[in-house]
Ligand binder design. Structure first.
Ligand code: AMP
Length: 390
C-alpha cells in the first residue's frame, strides 16, 4: 500500500460546505492546532465564523475550487451534495478524503442502494422509477405501503411520499417527480418497501488511511416530521444486534474504501433484522453527542482519519442523549438559554445561524447521565425549559 505523508498540526484543512458539521469539525481541528478554510456559496456561515478563512464561491466555480485546493493540505466536505466535478477539480491539487467516488455513490439514493444490494448488505426491497408507468408496475411487485423518494439530493425526508394504496401512484409521482413526462423528462426516483420498524439506529464509524476502523457503538434515533429529533447512546439493543450493526458498518467502510467518517443509518425491524436506510459520508447529526460524551468526538476522528493520524479512542464516557433545536423554538422569541443551562450535565451547542426558520437545525443540547434513559429524559426536559418564559 502506498504511504502517504501524515498531515500534521499547523497544516491547513479545506472544508467544502459551511454548516454546523463543518463548524464542529473546525472547532475540533483548531483545538489540535490546524488551520481551517471553508468554501460555500454563503457568507458569515456556521463554519466560516470559526474558520481561518471563509471563501464565498459556488461549488461549480471550478477555478475557485482549484485556488481553494491549492492552499490546503487536504480537502474534506461536510455536505455530501457537492458536485462530483467539484471533488474531481479539487483532487487534482490536494487529496480529497473521503474520495469523490464515495461522494458519487452516496449522494444518489439509487446508486447507493444498488451498491449496497450488489455488495450483499441488507436493504429494503426497492425499484428504479423513471415514469408513472414504472411506478404502477413496481407497486405491483413491492406492494403497499411503499415510499417514493427522489433518487438524488434528498435529505431529512424532503422529496418523499408515502403511498398507502396503488390508486395514489399518480399523485405520488407528481409530488416527487414533478411534471416530468417519463424516461427523458422525468426526475428519477426510488420506490422502497415501507419498513414497519421497531426503531431506527445508526453507527458512526471511521476508517483511517491504513484501513484502521473505529466506531462509536450503536445510537438510537427518533425522528419528528422526518427530521432527527433525539439520539441516545448506547442504544437499547441486544449485544447481538449491536455487534451485527458494527460489522455491517465495518463492511461498508471497507467496501467503499472510505478515509474519514461515515454514518450508516439502519431500520431495526420488529424481529431484530437490520436494514440499511442510508449512508452519510461524513460526521452525522446522531453522532453530535460524541462531542461531549466520548474520549474522541466524531469530528476529531474525521480530522485524524483524513490527516493520516492514528484514530482516537471512542469510549463513551457516560450514557448520553442529544436533542436537536429547530428554528421553531424561536416562535415565541429567544429561547430561555439560562433555564436549560441550569440543568447540571446539559451542554448547549448553537451553530451561529443568523435566521431561525421552522425546521432549520439551529443547535442541539446534549445531556449526560448514569444511564441512557435518564440522559434522554434530561435532554428532553432541558429542551422544554427553553420555551418556559419568565
Ligand atoms: P430518509 O431521508 O430516507 O432518511 O427518510 C427520513 C425518515 O423517513 C427515516 O428516518 C424514516 O423515519 C422514514 N422512512 C424513510 N424510508 C422509509 C421506509 N422505507 N420505511 C419506513 N420509514 C421510512
Amino acid at each position: 500500500m502506498a504511504q502517504f505523508p501524515v498531515i500534521l498540526p499547523g497544516a491547513t484543512i479545506g472544508v467544502l460546505g459551511s454548516g454546523q458539521l463543518g463548524r464542529m469539525f473546525a472547532i475540533a481541528a483548531r483545538r489540535m492546532g490546524y488551520r481551517v478554510h471553508t468554501l460555500s456559496p454563503d457568507a458569515d456561515t456556521p463554519t466560516g465564523q470559526v474558520a481561518d478563512l471563509e471563501v464565498v464561491k459556488d461549488y461549480d466555480d471550478l477555478d475557485a475550487i482549484v485556488e481553494f485546493a491549492k492552499k490546503v493540505s487536504v480537502v474534506t466536505f461536510e455536505f455530501e451534495n457537492v458536485p462530483a466535478a467539484t471533488a474531481n477539480a479539487a483532487a487534482a491539487h490536494a487529496p480529497v478524503r473521503p474520495s469523490g467516488l464515495v461522494l458519487h455513490t452516496t449522494q444518489h439514493r439509487l446508486r447507493e442502494k444498488t451498491f449496497l444490494k450488489s455488495s450483499g448488505f441488507p436493504v429494503t426491497q426497492f425499484a428504479h422509477i423513471r415514469s408513472e408507468a414504472e411506478l404502477i408496475d413496481a407497486l405491483k411487485v413491492i406492494g403497499c405501503p411503499a415510499v417514493l423518494k427522489t433518487a438524488g439530493w434528498g435529505y431529512d425526508g424532503k422529496g418523499q411520499c408515502l403511498i398507502h394504496q396503488a390508486s395514489e401512484a399518480q399523485s405520488a409521482y407528481q409530488a416527487v417527480c414533478g411534471s416530468g413526462k417519463g424516461l427523458n423528462g422525468g426526475t428519477e426516483a426510488v420506490l422502497e418497501a415501507f419498513v414497519d420498524f421497531d426503531c431506527e439506529v445508526s453507527v458512526v464509524a471511521a476508517r483511517g488511511m491504513n484501513g484502521d476502523f473505529s466506531h462509536f457503538g450503536v445510537i438510537a434515533n427518533s425522528h419528528s416530521h422526518h427530521i432527527l429529533d433525539v439520539s441516545v447512546a448506547p442504544a437499547p439493543v441486544s449485544p447481538c444486534v449491536a455487534q451485527e450493526a458494527v460489522e455491517i458498518a465495518r463492511g461498508v467502510l471497507d467496501k467503499l474504501d472510505v478515509v474519514g467518517v461515515l454514518c450508516v443509518e439502519f431500520f431495526l425491524t420488529r424481529d431484530d433484522r437490520l436494514l440499511i436506510n442510508e449512508l452519510a459520508p461524513r460526521p452525522h447529526n446522531s453522532g453530535h453527542l460524541t462531542f461531549d460524551a466520548c474520549v474522541t468526538s466524531q469530528f476529531e476522528q474525521q480530522l485524524r482519519a483524513i490527516c493520516g493520524l492514528p484514530l482516537g479512542a471512542t469510549d463513551l464516557l457516560r450514557p448520553a442523549a442529544m436533542a436537536n433545536l429547530l428554528g421553531d423554538l424561536w416562535a415565541g422569541g429567544e429561547p430561555n438559554w439560562a433555564a436549560a443551562c441550569a440543568i447540571p450535565e446539559v451542554k448547549l451547542h448553537l451553530y451561529g445561524k443568523l435566521e431561525a426558520r421552522p425546521g432549520r437545525k439551529m443547535g442541539h443540547l446534549t445531556a449526560l447521565a448514569n444511564d441512557a434513559a435518564t440522559a434522554e429524559a434530561r435532554v428532553r426536559a432541558a429542551r422544554e425549559a427553553l420555551t418556559k418564559r419568565g
